[in-house]
Design a protein around this ligand. Structure first.
Ligand code: PGA
Length: 251
């Protein structure tokens, strides 16, 4: 629905410096005036290395504090200072492994926006929740609580990523129509929370086993504005294929 597609690589806790160099060699030069934004979220320690290669980069996680005695955390302002474009918040691995709840995620989101980062808010249901018919209610709650008290002026810096937990790293992708159904309900939720115009402008990305062979069909759905990609973003040639598929989409 937005004008531009987003292809966002989430490298998770992967890639060595030499693998990153190989990645950029294999990626080649992306065209100017492209129809998509190509972003990478490496480990925070590798942000400068990615930025050096002329690609927009962001963090996989961020602190809910901006400065001070928070050993081991990364502040939104430090990310801005380095030239980062965005941060993910609420990735399902952070929710599940590090027990991050919606309230904590909302604090990170608001602080990051306030400091000038774009934010990708991740949401998605578990297999059990899907099987119990709870997909929409779980996702709507994550969106509603995740976006609580966001200033109107910051809405355009928010991107939503729908990532069904059962599809992440499993090779099981949601079918384009399963994904589109949830994306449509997210759009409806955004209309309710914001307004029609802001909701239409918002990019809603799909994530969960996206790869070069299935990306075109996913991007072809009305409410899918891009992809958040883990495994298939690690190799430059695969990431390039994802980008090329976005370029080949009809407007
Ligand atoms: P995947 O991961 O593409 O490897 O399924 C997606 C994600 O976790 O963002």
């Amino acid at each position: 629905m937005t004008h531009k597609y987003y292809i966002v690589g989430n490298w998770k806790m992967n890639q060595s410096l030499s693998e990153i160099s190989t990645f950029f060699k294999d990626l080649g030069t992306l065209p100017d005036n492209k129809k998509y934004e190509a972003w990478i979220a490496p480990q925070a320690i590798h942000l400068s290395k990615v930025l050096e290669n002329g690609i927009k980069a962001g963090a996989q996680n961020v602190s809910d504090n901006n400065t001070g005695a928070h050993t081991g955390e990364v502040s939104p302002s430090a990310l801005i200072d380095l030239g980062a474009e965005f941060t993910l918040v609420g990735h399902s691995e952070r929710r599940a492994i590090y027990k991050e709840d919606n309230d904590f995620i909302n604090r990170k989101l608001r602080l990051s926006l306030e400091k000038g980062l774009k934010v990708i808010l991740c949401c998605g249901e578990s297999l059990e929740e899907r099987e119990n018919g709870m997909t929409e209610s779980v996702v709507n709650r994550q969106i509603e609580l995740g976006l609580q008290d966001v200033h109107e002026a910051n809405r355009s810096d928010i991107i939503i990523a729908y990532e069904p937990v059962w599809a992440i790293g499993t090779g099981k992708t949601a079918s384009p129509s399963q994904a589109e159904d949830v994306h449509q309900s997210i759009r409806t939720k955004l209309i309710e929370l914001w307004n029609e115009e802001a909701a239409k402008e918002a990019a809603i990305l799909y994530g969960g086993s996206v790869k070069p062979s299935n990306v075109a069909e996913l991007l072809n759905q009305t409410n899918i504005d891009g992809a958040l990609v883990g495994g298939a973003s690690l190799k430059g040639a695969d990431f390039r294929a994802l980008c090329d598929a976005a370029e080949d989409q009809k407007e």
